[in-house]
Design a protein around this ligand. Structure first.
Ligand SMILES: CC(C)(COP(=O)(O)OP(=O)(O)OC[C@H]1O[C@@H](n2cnc3c(N)ncnc32)[C@H](O)[C@@H]1OP(=O)(O)O)[C@@H](O)C(=O)NCCC(=O)NCCS
Length: 444
């Protein structure tokens, strides 16, 4: 099948699959708003037209990575009405400094009367081909539980993870720092500061100057993914860090910051009270406009973050992360791509300078890795004949959890009885793949 550049695919039963066009924008905005507001989950239900606003921002020509044709739609031919849709937001992430393309399917929905007929499955085939045609190694989606496993995805990157505190628990004193809106001139150092923070995890989304500019003032007021970028300055006016907060109070009546980074050498202990006080004050302002209370603040910064250590007593409520779904169709190629990052890890490990051949098995297929003096010189996929003839074995897609730092080797061995290693396999994989949770702030 082609990636439907201007083409259409007849799905039978009077249904046509095609790429979107600029003139679909308003219908798609209304469709997405309606379909994605039906959810039972209070945190997802959205009475505001925020999803419609997001759809218009994607399709309207002002988005740095999205064009009007980047949705797929299924149309009922008789009426011309859209009954199912999905889209692909292309972006660049890095794996400990090695950039790679990612295609992010989003806004996936089908009209209730047309569900369970394979309309999303058909669109995902097109989106995966489109993503591949753009040279993207990975597809990643934030989605409902289980569903995307059916399309070759594994859940393997933290999504969310929060610490919440109520007004009476927050620091009463905040001295020495002030907060102001970020300006265009701030974006270069904000990008550096954010990239440094991203190193705490294995993967991180890399933004171009145009993508940073879009985050600052490109999205419209109501866009569900818009963030407000703020700068934290020392009393002297010198910037010391930045944060991003949501422009609305969550259904749980808290204002959340979703990114927070300080420059190197700035004390989290000194700076954090100012951020928390600001969030509470801003949350009160926003909530008052909506005629509801703001009860506290949330740092939505993933599973682990330096601010969490400092804010333990101020933000005692812990919310565990959900997960991204990730799909990787060429594992051997991806390992060859990120070899420079793996070699750095190896050089810093007890296995520095290793030479030799290793086989990692997935029961039906395997990977053949060759190392020479600490360099990964070859990595090829092969058909496995004997499941025993490997140095480590992983069922299903579980190896990807290790690759992305989501789970340690020991955690996987605890979770899966058919995950095992011999001694040299264990030594190699422990050196190559430490547990190192990421918190990705994607392009939306
Ligand atoms: C989830 C949703 C997009 C599925 O759309 P759909 O057109 O029914 O999807 P498909 O028929 O292509 O689904 C593919 C397969 O998953 C199955 N499936 C459908 N909904 C499912 C669900 N909620 N959970 C598990 N499997 C499901 C289908 O039966 C089909 O199985 P098959 O290929 O083995 O026959 C649709 O129910 C919807 O719009 N829900 C509300 C919005 C939403 O939650 N979107 C997802 C946000 S991440």
């Amino acid at each position: 099948m082609s990636v439907l550049h201007g083409l259409e695919q007849d799905l039978g039963n009077g249904l046509l699959l095609r790429r979107s066009r600029a003139e679909d924008m308003e219908e798609l905005a209304a469709f997405n708003q309606r379909i994605h507001s039906m959810d039972d989950d209070e945190d997802v239900r959205d009475p505001q037209p925020r999803l419609a606003a997001w759809t218009r921002d994607l399709m309207g020509g002002g988005h740095p990575r999205f064009g009007a044709e980047d949705f797929t739609v299924v149309v009922e031919q008789a009426s011309g009405r859209i009954v199912s849709a999905a889209c692909l937001i292309s972006q660049t992430w890095d794996y400990e400094g090695v950039p790679f393309g990612v295609g992010r399917p989003e806004l996936v929905g089908t009209e209730p009367a047309y569900r369970r007929r394979g309309l999303i499955r058909a669109q995902f085939e097109v989106l995966h081909q489109l993503s591949r045609s753009r040279g993207e190694w990975v597809q990643a989606i934030t989605g409902i539980p289980y569903y995307y496993r059916q399309f070759g995805y594994e859940m393997l990157l933290n999504l969310g993870g929060e610490r919440r505190g109520f007004a009476a628990q927050l620091p009463t004193q905040a001295q020495g720092y002030t907060v102001r809106p970020a300006q265009v001139d701030d974006l270069p150092w904000i990008a550096d500061c954010e990239r440094l923070g991203g190193r705490r995890g294995v993967v991180h989304c890399v933004r171009s100057p145009a993508e940073w500019r879009y985050e600052l003032d490109g999205a419209c007021e109501l866009n569900v993914n818009r963030k407000v970028l703020m700068v934290l300055t020392h009393a002297s006016g010198q910037p010391v860090g930045f944060f991003a907060h949501e422009p609305y109070v969550r259904p749980s009546n808290v204002l959340a910051a979703t990114v927070l980074e300080l420059m190197e050498g700035v004390s989290w202990y000194d700076a954090l009270p100012c951020v928390l006080r600001y969030l509470l004050q801003k949350g009160n302002e926003i909530a008052a406009q909506d005629g509801k209370p703001c009860l506290g603040v949330e740092l939505a910064l993933g599973e682990e973050h330096p601010a969490y250590q400092v804010a333990e007593r101020w933000l005692p409520v812990v919310k565990k992360p959900y997960a991204w779904y990730v799909r990787l169709s060429d594992l051997a190629g991806f390992l060859r791509l990120i070899a420079p990052a793996l070699e750095v890890r190896l050089a810093q490990s007890l296995y520095a300078g290793v030479s030799g051949e290793f086989k990692v098995g997935f029961y039906r297929t395997g990977l053949h890795l060759t190392f020479e003096a600490g360099r990964l010189t070859a990595c090829e996929a092969y058909e496995l004949e004997r499941w025993q003839a490997v140095d480590a074995a992983f069922p299903g897609l579980s190896f990807l959890q290790l690759l992305f730092g989501y789970r340690s080797l020991d955690e996987l061995r605890n979770a899966f009885a058919d995950c095992w290693t011999n001694e040299r396999g264990r030594a190699l994989l422990t050196a190559l793949f430490p547990r190192k949770p990421s918190n990705v702030w994607p392009i939306s």
